[in-house]
Design a protein around this ligand. Structure first.
Ligand SMILES: [Cu+2]
Length: 108
C-alpha cells in the first residue's frame, strides 16, 4: 500500500522540478481588489507576465498605471489583466478612488 502511494508522489515532484524554470516567464500574477485596496499592494513580477486584477468589491475599480501604459477598468465581480512588457517600477491607482494605490516591480 505504501509503495503504490509513494511512486506517484515522487513522479509528481520530478515533473514539477522540470516545469519550474520553463514557467518562470509569462505566468499570471493575481491581485485582489477588496475593501477599496489592492492586495497585495506591491508585487514583483517578470517581463512577459500578466498581472490579473480580480474585483471582489461591490463597486467598480480600475488599475491605472501612472504613466498610462495600461488601464484596466473592472465592474464588481470582474477580472482583467495587463501584460507587463517593460522592466521597472510602476505605481498605479484606481481612477475612482485616488487613495487606492499599488505598485508593480517588473524584473527583466
Ligand atoms: Cu476603486
Amino acid at each position: 500500500m505504501t509503495m503504490t502511494v509513494a511512486r506517484p508522489i515522487k513522479a509528481l515532484a520530478v515533473s514539477l522540478l522540470l516545469l519550474g524554470p520553463a514557467s518562470a516567464a509569462g505566468e499570471v500574477d493575481r491581485v485582489v481588489m477588496k475593501e477599496v485596496a489592492y492586495g497585495p499592494k506591491q508585487i514583483r513580477v517578470h517581463v512577459g507576465d500578466v498581472v490579473e486584477w480580480q474585483n471582489q468589491d461591490i463597486v467598480a475599480h480600475t488599475a491605472t498605471a501612472m504613466d498610462k501604459s495600461w488601464d484596466v477598468d473592472l465592474m464588481p465581480g470582474r477580472s482583467g489583466g495587463a501584460v507587463m512588457k517593460v522592466p521597472g517600477t510602476f505605481d498605479y491607482i484606481c481612477r475612482y478612488h485616488p487613495t487606492m494605490t499599488g505598485e508593480i516591480i517588473v524584473e527583466p
